[in-house]
Design a protein around this ligand. Structure first.
Ligand SMILES: [Zn+2]
Length: 261
């Protein structure tokens, strides 16, 4: 049954059971669940986690979705009540979202954990050049954003390919297919046909953070779940501080959505 088959793509944070918003027939498109926070209507996504002992609530990395995780035995209704009871907390977090960065000469964009100043002059070569403290480019001043994003995506693809080769060698895995993702709500995903998608925005994060996401997806090539065996594999192949990288993503990851929205 096609509608019962899980998606081949398992976004990393959503690997556990998805809960349909309604229990209507699979053919009927369920109305998305939403929650009003500070005058904004945000999607409310509830998921069941096999290893969760209690409910937990958070905003998605881009701040555009509210997520509640509940234990397997939890009730959807309780998760909804829980989210509503924390609406003030959510409003505070929403207000603390990073301000969008306007891509213009003189603005700073994050790159591999540092800040680069956009340096534009009509006389400079059109192709963006990434230097230690700035990105230089010429060409039309009204297309800086798309051109800079393309340059960063190209760098992301190049570094991801290196990262994948490194971790696949450590894991004893053949190199999978790499795809760059522009997903708004996930950093990486791994499919059952051995393709790995990685969010281009990770090029803006420190190297150790970007590499931790690649290592995570490579570990999924061997274990398509978050079992103890998966975590053992990840610990084996990732050669840096995993807890620090996870904490960075949790605390700072949202900042990677401030530019190039
Ligand atoms: Zn995962």
């Amino acid at each position: 049954m096609a509608e019962r088959k899980p998606s081949a793509w398992l976004p990393d944070w959503a690997r556990p059971t998805w809960l349909a918003a309604t229990t209507a027939s699979p053919k009927a498109k369920p109305a998305p669940r939403t929650i009003a926070i500070a005058g904004q209507k945000l999607p409310l996504v509830i998921r069941k986690l096999a290893n969760a002992r209690q409910m937990s609530l958070r905003l998605s990395p881009d701040g555009r979705e509210v997520r509640v995780s509940i234990p397997q035995w939890g009730r959807v209704r309780d998760a909804e009540d829980f989210a509503h009871s924390r609406s003030e907390w959510l409003a505070q977090h929403l207000a603390a979202q990073p301000q969008p960065t306007v891509i213009q000469p003189g603005a700073d964009v994050p790159f591999r954990g540092a800040l680069l100043t956009i340096t534009w002059a009509e006389t400079l070569p059109r192709r963006p050049k990434i230097l230690a403290d700035r990105i230089e480019l010429g060409g039309p001043g009204n297309s800086l954003g798309p051109r800079l994003q393309r340059a960063l995506e190209a760098e992301a693809r190049r570094l991801f390919a290196d990262d994948l080769a490194h971790f696949c060698a450590r894991a004893g895995e053949a190199a999978p297919r790499l795809m760059l993702s522009r997903a708004q709500r996930r950093w990486g995903s791994c499919s059952s046909d051995r393709s790995i998608r990685l969010n281009w925005r990770l090029i803006m994060a420190p190297d150790a953070v970007r590499r931790s996401v690649v290592a995570h997806e490579v570990a999924h090539l061997a274990h398509f779940d978050h079992s103890a065996a998966f975590h053992a594999k990840l610990a084996l192949i990732y050669d840096d501080d995993l807890a620090a990288a996870n904490a960075w993503l949790k605390n700072e990851g949202r900042g990677l959505y401030a530019a190039f929205g």
